[in-house]
Design a protein around this ligand. Structure first.
Ligand code: ADP
Ligand code: TRP
Length: 321
C-alpha cells in the first residue's frame, strides 16, 4: 500500500501536531510504503519571508527525522526538490474545471473573509493533486480540513484517465476518526492560532510554564474530581497505557489529588518523553549540510518514482514528440 502525505513547514510543533498526525505517519513506515514530504511550495500561500521559509523547511525536516522518520524505510523529501510536480500541475490544470476550484473551502473561506485571493491560493488544490498523483498514491492520511482536496484530486484523475487511459491511481483519503482532536490548555482544539499549545521543542522553563497554565476548575484538593472534565487528564492520558490511565483515574476519583501535583507530573512526563528527540533534533540542526544531504537523497528517490509517471503523461499528452 502506497501512503503519501505532505506537511507544511509551520514553525513550532505542539502536542496536537505530534499525537494528531506525526506519530501516525511515522508508524506507517512499518506496514506500508511511505512517501512523506515537506510542502514548501504550498507554504508560499502564507509565508513570503524567504529566510523564514528556508529555516522552517530545515526545521520541519529535522523535527520529522528526530521523531523517527527513517529515510531508509521511507521516501522523505522537500517538495521543491522534485520540480516534476510543477510540470504535472500544469498538465492537470488543463483538466481542472474552474467551478471545482471555486467550490474549495480553503479558497472560499479566505475570500469570504475579504482576503484578496491570488492564483497560488486558487490553484493550491491542483498542486496538491499533482503531489498525490505523481507518486500513484493509494492512501492519503489528512486532517478533515484536507478531505475535499483529496476528492478534487480524484475528480481530476478521473478526467485525465477518461481522456488518456488509466494513467493515475485513484487515491483514498484516510481520515482517522480515532485520533480525536487533541485539546489545548483551555480544552479547545490545541492550535497555534489559539495560543493554547504545549510545544515539543522548547526549553524546560517554557514547557513548565505552558503546563502550569492548563485551565482547571476550583475543586478543593481533598474533593473527588472528574477526570473526563479535566484538561490536565485529557492531555496526560496521551502518554499513558490503559493501566496507567486507570490508575490516574482512580487517584482523581479518590480525592486528595491537587491539580498542581498532577501538572508537575505531566510536565516531567512531557519533558522526559521528548528529551531524546530534542537531543537528536539539536544534532541534526547543528549540521545543516548533513541534513541537506539526507534530503537530497530523499529527493533522488522521489524523482525516480516521479519520472515513471511523468514519462507516461508526456507520452499520452503528446508533450513527448
Ligand atoms: P495549527 O492548528 O496549530 O496551526 P496545523 O494546522 O499546522 O496546526 O496542523 C498540522 C497538522 O497537525 C494538521 O493537519 C492536523 O493533522 C494536526 N493537528 C494540529 N492540531 C491538532 C489537534 N489539536 N488535534 C489533532 N491533530 C492536530
Ligand atoms: N495541503 C496540506 C495541508 O495544508 C499539505 C499537503 C500538500 C498535502 N500536498 C499534500 C497533504 C498532498 C496530503 C497530500 O495540510
Amino acid at each position: 500500500m502506497r501512503i503519501l502525505s505532505g506537511i507544511q513547514p509551520s514553525g513550532s510543533l505542539h502536542l496536537g501536531n505530534y499525537f494528531g498526525m506525526m506519530k501516525k505517519m511515522i508508524e506507517y513506515q512499518e506496514g506500508g510504503e511511505l512517501f512523506c514530504f515537506i510542502a514548501n511550495y504550498h507554504a508560499m500561500s502564507s509565508v513570503s519571508d524567504g529566510k523564514a521559509l528556508a529555516k522552517g523547511t530545515l526545521e520541519a525536516a529535522a523535527n520529522f527525522l528526530a521523531l523517527g522518520m527513517d529515510p531508509e524505510k521511507s521516501t522523505f523529501w522537500v517538495q521543491s526538490d522534485v520540480p516534476e510536480v510543477q510540470e504535472l500541475t500544469w498538465v492537470l490544470s488543463n483538466f481542472t474545471p474552474m467551478g471545482l476550484l471555486e467550490r474549495c473551502h480553503s479558497y472560499k473561506d479566505k475570500t469570504a473573509r475579504g482576503i484578496a485571493a491570488n492564483h497560488g491560493l486558487f490553484a493550491y488544490p491542483v498542486l496538491m493533486a499533482a503531489d498525490i498523483l505523481l507518486f500513484q498514491s493509494e492512501k492519503v492520511p489528512v486532517g478533515k480540513d484536507q478531505k475535499q482536496h483529496v476528492e478534487v484530486t480524484r475528480d481530476i484523475a478521473i478526467k485525465v484517465n477518461n481522456e488518456y487511459g488509466d494513467i493515475f491511481t485513484l487515491p483514498e483519503p484516510d481520515i482517522d476518526d480515532n485520533v480525536a482532536t487533541i485539546p489545548g490548555l483551555d480544552g479547545q482544539k490545541m492550535s497555534k492560532s489559539y495560543g493554547n499549545t504545549i510545544d515539543l521543542f522548547v526549553d524546560e522553563k517554557t514547557l513548565r510554564k505552558q503546563v502550569m497554565r492548563i485551565v482547571t476548575d476550583p475543586t478543593p484538593v481533598e474533593d473527588p474530581k472528574n477526570p473526563d472534565k479535566c484538561n490536565v487528564f485529557q492531555i496526560y492520558r496521551l502518554f499513558m497505557n490503559k493501566t496507567q490511565e486507570a490508575e490516574l483515574r482512580r487517584r482523581y476519583e479518590a480525592g486528595g489529588l491537587g491539580y498542581g501535583e498532577v501538572k508537575q507530573e505531566l510536565f516531567e512526563t512531557v519533558r522526559d518523553f521528548f528529551a531524546p528527540f530534542t537531543e537528536r533534533r539539536n544534532e541534526l540542526l547543528a549540521n545543516p549540510d548533513g541534513l541537506r544531504a539526507i534530503l537530497a537523497q530523499g529527493a533522488q528517490k522521489a524523482r525516480y518514482s516521479a519520472s515513471k509517471t511523468l514519462r507516461k503523461v508526456r507520452k499520452k499528452t503528446g508533450l513527448a514528440y
